[in-house]
Design a binder for this molecule. Structure first.
Ligand SMILES: C[S@@+](CC[C@H](N)C(=O)[O-])C[C@H]1O[C@@H](n2cnc3c(N)ncnc32)[C@H](O)[C@@H]1O
Length: 414
């Protein structure tokens, strides 16, 4: 029997939803585990469908709920979500969206999926229109935490999560921007969402690397100087290592995960930038000599990257914030001990949770670190990202969209 056109794509999208929503696996990891035989176009389409469902999960479930008497099991629920996303958000013709979702559902639920999606096709667009989408599409614990931290801006943050992010690039010194690039005041280049970086002229020659505009700021604010000995702790895939090396610093890049060490090496090779790579747990590693400066881009819940990784909103829980904050505190204490007296340290996380950012300020003093506040003049074109306490706090709703980053700079007491 001939396979229904589009079915392999939807099966892959269902597997991605199952991995992220039922097993809390990162979407990137789930993508890597899709069958190797899947056509790259089907893989890309499956990613787009799954990402749309994850971005708009609350709204999609709300539209579906009046048509369901009880919650169907996950395989049927995902078929319904995929069908609804295609009907309401992805402009798939109704007969195709319904037909393929019915084929995707377990046999016992095919009738239900058919009946519900026909109703969604007829009544769904009006129902969707009337919803408070930013609120529904943000898990409650994240909404409450961001409301407590950022007040009414929580709504703008949630709105920024509704669509895909642009492609931001950091240029190698002196490299010319590609055609169509918007040059941001902080020096990043911005390309429209969907641009494939490998298609841009200069990629193979290492003239730029992918890095969100906000992710480029911590290394910028460390102010690396040529010849300085700088440690980049937690370094892969190497965006910040590349910035430090491109500034002429002598960089030691420490990364714990062997697979990510390989990615770090490949990226630096493409960029033709030197660094000493050490595979180690930065919390336990003893350097051969103290450093002039350290960048600690600590592992975190990554709730600042939901535009690029919509799975994060559904895979993380409050207890993950607590665990990440504890790991960050251990890494900060270890980093403080690797710094020369008077040396600089920038601590950064790509999380919007204050426990993984501002809360570390109070701890640093006990580690012999003196807070060295950022000044607005250090960040041209982005004064709103410097807080009253002199920390960096970017948000997804700022300046056409940027990752939510926290950073603070310290000096080791002499
Ligand atoms: C936020 S990412 C770093 C991104 C990187 N700085 C960049 O700009 O491309 C965090 C990295 O820290 C690594 N990591 C986590 N815990 C670590 C530890 N204890 N020691 C060293 N690396 C660690 C993770 O494997 C991950 O690659």
């Amino acid at each position: 029997m001939a396979l229904l056109p589009g079915l392999p794509t939807r099966k892959a999208a269902r597997d991605l939803l199952d991995a992220t929503l039922e097993h809390r696996k990162p979407l990137e990891e789930a993508l890597e585990q899709l069958p190797k035989r899947l056509d790259p176009r089907d893989r890309a389409a499956a990613h787009r469908i799954a990402a749309t469902v994850l971005r708009r999960l609350g709204s999609i479930d709300e539209v579906l709920s009046p048509f369901l008497r009880r919650e169907p099991p996950p395989p049927a629920r995902h078929a319904l979500r995929i069908g609804a996303a295609e009907l309401l958000l992805l402009d798939t013709p109704p007969h195709a969206a319904v037909g393929v979702a019915v084929a995707l559902a377990p046999k016992a639920f095919a009738g239900l999926v058919n009946a519900v999606l026909r109703k969604v096709a007829a009544e769904g667009p009006a129902a969707l229109e009337g919803l408070d989408a930013p609120r529904l599409d943000t898990p409650s614990w994240l909404w409450s935490s961001w409301h407590a931290a950022y007040g009414p801006a929580v709504r703008a943050i949630a709105e920024a999560h509704r669509g895909p992010a642009p492609l931001d690039l950091t240029p190698a010194p002196g490299a010319p921007p590609p055609e169509g690039a918007e040059i941001l005041p902080t020096g990043s280049w911005r390309m429209t969402p969907g641009t494939r970086v490998t298609d841009l002229p200069g990629f193979a020659e290492g003239r730029f690397w992918v890095q969100d505009a906000a992710a480029a700021l911590p290394a910028l604010l460390l102010k690396p100087l040529p010849g300085e000995r700088i440690a980049d702790l937690c370094a892969a895939p190497g965006g910040k290592t590349a910035q430090l090396a491109a500034a002429g610093a002598e960089v030691t890049a420490v990364e714990r995960d062997p697979h990510r060490v390989a990615r770090l090496s490949e990226n630096l090779a493409r960029l033709r930038l030197p660094a000493t790579i050490v595979q180690a747990d930065a919390a336990a590693w003893t350097p051969p000599a103290l450093f002039d400066a350290i960048l600690l881009d600590a592992p975190c819940t990554a709730t600042g990257t939901i535009r690029r990784h919509p799975d994060v909103a559904h895979t993380k829980r409050p207890r993950d914030v607590q665990a990440a904050a504890e790991a960050q505190a251990r890494l900060l204490a270890a980093a403080a001990g690797m710094l020369k007296p008077g040396g600089r340290l920038v601590f950064a996380t790509c999380s919007l949770q204050p426990e993984e950012g501002e809360a570390h300020l109070a701890r640093a003093a006990g580690l012999g670190l003196v807070h060295d506040p950022f000044r607005v003049e250090e960040l041209p074109g982005l004064p709103e990202a410097i807080t009253a306490a002199g920390c960096l706090r970017t948000r997804p709703d700022m300046r056409g969209g940027m990752d939510g980053f926290f950073a603070a700079r310290f000096r080791r007491a002499a």
